[in-house]
Design a protein around this ligand. Sequence first.
Ligand code: ATP
Ligand code: MG
Length: 401
Amino acid sequence: MVKIQIPEAAEKIMEQLNVHGFEAYAVGGCIRDSLLGREPEDWDITTSAKPEQVKEIFSRTVDTGIQHGTVTVLIDRSGYEVTTYRIDGEYEDGRHPKSVEFTGNLLEDLKRRDFTINAMAYSGREGLVDAFDGRADLELGIVRCVGNAVDRFTEDALRILRAIRFCAQLGFHMERETEQAISAIAPNLAKVSKERIQVELTKLLLSAHPELVKNVYENGIGPFISERFEWAGKRMEEVESVRFLPPRKHMRWAGFLRMEDPGDAAAILRDLKMDNETVDGVSTLAGLWKRPIPAHKPAIRKVMSSLSEGLFDDLLCFQEVFCRGEYMEQLREVKQYSEEIRRDKDCIRLKDMAVTGRELIAAGRKPGPELGALLNNLFEEVLKCPEYNDREYLMELAKKL
Ligand code: ATP
Ligand code: MG
């Protein structure tokens, strides 16, 4: 019999439900990951208890998605999603089920799930419930729809991207019928919300095989994500090395979109409702990575001054992955120099200059745009030579500028 180690708190929740006469299982991603020997991100529980009954049993709960049957049970500082067995009603425009119906039958609940590897449940009492041979597919390394693939993708087209994403995360292949259905149903993705699409694409790019973003284009999905996204596919270059970037959102997206000009990269991401911080990081990297940084401290300080500390390091890492040839030696020097700049605490921020606007005003300068320009000129001098960052010297210099 398969034995899965369930965290104590989740085990307790299931026991409590059992004590009150309900069935309860850990289900979905946590079972898949446990069987693969991977650390599950969270433990979802499925139960025959209705949401109100779950709320009666546990003292601390949050109505997370009560209309879909989900209540979060809080134990210590962690939350566990407890969802009532349900049958999804008809899907509205391939978006969300119009209605959900609760059921007392675990098998009905497992049937509504997307892939065989995600449709297994487990409890210490009952062991593994694997009605669709998910375990065999895990061993074969296959992503296969539960039931008829065309029907399942028609119900919810996001599953198309989920299928590719699971292949990328787990290093799996698509089962044939599932793969064929993907191209056929791809147009339905036009009806899926951009945020949901973005979340899946991000997970794909953050996975062990970000290069599988190629599959999105090869299956004809690109135009149904957005027109700009489709164009990006045509310009996309070698994606194999994207996996050498650290798995951080802005880095991986920038790796994928690096041939775009920064404005287009930003527009693609905005279409997908990406957060501003990521959009900024991606467009900055896309704009800068092709420009060699001179192995010369003043020029390096200048680049450093224009970026946050983290983003400068990201830029060097990005160039290490994507630049080739003679520049590599130069890049090593740039890195060495930038470490010295940090070690010596050279002034690379306007705010760290030895004179302030206020001091210049006290010395008789008028406030306004000219003062800003003067400060910038002084800063330029300091970037050239950190020894100039001396109050007296800069006040003297200011008189001449
Ligand atoms: P991860 O958390 O790594 O993204 P997961 O498998 O846990 O993977 P979730 O999105 O957290 O994925 O969903 C939990 C479970 O709910 C899945 O394992 C699957 O059984 C079911 N599920 C999620 N989304 C869908 C969907 N669009 N269609 C059908 N079933 C789904
Ligand atoms: Mg999950």
